[in-house]
Design a protein around this ligand. Structure first.
Ligand SMILES: [Zn+2]
Length: 395
C-alpha cells in the first residue's frame, strides 16, 4: 500500500488549512486557484496550468495512454448568517482532529487529498501507462458540470474515467438524480384594478397553475436506485406596471429533480399539460445561468443537469471499492449522492464512467460550522493514490 510520510500528512493538513482560509465564492476563485497551482508545482507534478476558464489542471504520468481525472471544485457557497457559526468560517480551526470552516467538507478537504494522493503516486515511481489529471474547477456550485465540460471540450482532455471527490464519507457513490430549472410566464390581460372584470388576472391564473403543479408532483416517477423525481415552485413574481392594475403576466420558477429516464422534453410536456388543463396561456423554458469566470470567460448555461447511474459491476466502481478495502480493510457501501455534481456532465452528458469518493459527510455540505475529520482526508489521499495506481500502472 502507498502511504504518506508523517511529514507529508502534516503538509496535507497545512495545505488544507490554507485553502479554507482563502475565501472562494463561485466566480471569485483566483486566490485558491493560485494556491492550488503552487502546491502542485511544489510537489513535482509533471505539468500544471490554469486554463482560460480558470480551472487548475495538474498532470502526473505520460501525456498519452488512458486518462484518469480527479475532479474537485474550488468554489464554495456563502457562509449564510455568521451568527449561526460557532467557529470562524475562514479560521480553519482544528479541534480534536476535526477542521472547521466553509469548504472544509465541500470540498477543499477532497482537493487537498487528491493533490497529495497524486503526489504519493508520483513519488512511488511506479511505471505508469497513462496520465492522472487532478483538476480544481470553478463555479461548480451554481452550475455543476459546466467548468469541467469546458475543460474537456476546449482543452481536449478526454478522460477514460472520472472520480468526483464530493463528500461520500469514504464510501462509493455511483450516481445521483438530475435537475432542471424552468420558468413559466403565465399570461393575462391588463385593466384598471377598479374594474377587474375587464381584465384577466395573471396572478390568479398562476395560482391555479401552482396547485395543478402540486398535483403533478405527487405523480412523478420513481427509480428503485435513485428515488423519485420531485417538483417544487420556488419563486413567483410579476413585473407588472403598478399596484392598481390587473397584472398581465406572472412568472413561476420551478425546481425539478429528475430521476432516471426523465428528459427535458418530458418535463416540459408535463408542465404544458397542466397549463392546457387549466385553460390558461403561458410561455415556458429552461432558465439560463450567466457564467462569468474570474478570468473573464463568459458563457450562458441552460440549467439542465441529467440524472446518471454507473452500474455496480462496472470496472471503475469495483476498482474504487477495491482501493477503499485495500486502504481501510473494510468493504465500502456502494450508494448514491443526494445532491448533483459534475457527474451530471461527465457521465450524464459525455458518458464518461464516473464514480464519487470523498472524505466528509454529505450533511456537512453548505452547513454552518462545516467540518471534516483530518484522519479521513489522509485515508482519502491513500485511496486516491491506490486507485490511480491500480488503473494506470503498466501491465
Ligand atoms: Zn460540492
Amino acid at each position: 500500500m502507498l502511504t504518506l510520510s508523517e511529514q507529508d500528512q502534516q503538509n496535507l493538513i497545512a495545505f488544507l488549512r490554507d485553502l479554507v482560509t482563502i475565501p472562494s465564492l463561485s466566480g471569485d476563485e483566483k486566490g485558491v486557484a493560485e494556491r492550488l497551482k503552487q502546491e502542485m508545482e511544489r510537489l513535482g507534478f509533471d505539468e500544471v496550468w490554469i486554463d482560460r476558464v480558470g480551472n487548475v489542471v495538474g498532470r502526473i504520468g505520460p501525456g498519452q495512454g488512458p486518462k484518469l481525472l480527479f475532479d474537485g471544485h474550488m468554489d464554495t457557497v456563502g457562509i449564510g448568517d455568521p451568527q449561526t457559526w460557532f467557529h470562524d468560517p475562514f479560521g480553519a480551526e482544528i479541534k480534536n482532529g476535526v477542521l472547521y470552516g466553509r469548504g472544509a467538507c465541500d470540498m477543499k478537504g477532497a482537493l487537498a487529498s487528491m493533490v497529495y494522493g497524486a503526489a504519493l503516486l508520483k513519488r512511488s515511481k511506479l511505471p505508469l501507462a497513462g496520465a492522472l489529471y487532478v483538476v480544481g474547477v470553478v463555479q461548480e456550485e451554481p452550475c455543476e458540470g459546466h467548468a469541467v465540460r469546458l475543460l474537456i471540450e476546449e482543452e481536449g482532455i478526454r478522460p477514460d474515467w472520472v472520480v468526483l471527490g464530493e463528500p461520500s464519507n469514504l464510501q462509493i457513490s455511483r450516481g445521483h438524480r438530475g435537475r432542471m430549472e424552468l420558468y413559466v410566464t403565465v399570461k393575462g390581460r391588463a385593466a384598471h384594478a377598479s374594474m377587474p372584470q375587464r381584465g384577466e388576472n395573471a396572478v390568479y391564473n398562476a395560482a391555479r397553475l401552482v396547485f395543478a403543479l402540486d398535483l403533478l408532483a405527487a405523480s412523478l416517477p420513481e427509480d428503485p436506485f435513485l428515488g423519485k423525481g420531485t417538483l417544487a415552485v420556488t419563486q413567483i413574481y410579476n413585473t407588472g406596471g403598478s399596484r392598481n392594475a390587473i397584472p398581465d403576466s406572472c412568472t413561476l420558477i420551478i425546481d425539478r429533480r429528475l430521476t432516471l429516464g426523465e428528459t427535458e422534453s418530458k418535463v416540459l410536456a408535463e408542465v404544458q399539460g397542466a397549463v392546457i388543463r387549466e385553460g390558461i396561456r403561458a410561455e415556458m423554458g429552461v432558465t439560463e445561468y450567466h457564467f462569468t469566470s474570474y478570468t473573464g470567460f463568459e458563457s450562458k448555461v441552460p440549467q439542465r443537469y441529467p440524472a446518471w447511474v454507473l452500474p455496480e459491476e462496472h470496472l471503475l466502481v469495483q476498482a474504487a471499492a477495491w482501493a477503499v478495502r485495500r486502504v481501510t480493510g473494510e468493504r465500502p457501501a456502494i450508494g448514491r449522492y443526494n445532491f448533483s455534481t459534475d457527474g451530471a456532465y461527465t457521465m450524464g452528458i459525455a458518458g464518461i464512467p464516473t464514480v464519487g469518493f470523498g472524505p466528509g459527510q454529505e450533511s456537512q455540505a453548505h452547513a454552518a460550522d462545516e467540518h471534516i475529520r483530518l484522519a479521513d482526508c489522509i485515508t482519502a489521499a491513500h485511496v486516491y493514490a491506490q486507485l490511480a495506481a491500480d488503473l494506470l500502472q503498466e501491465a
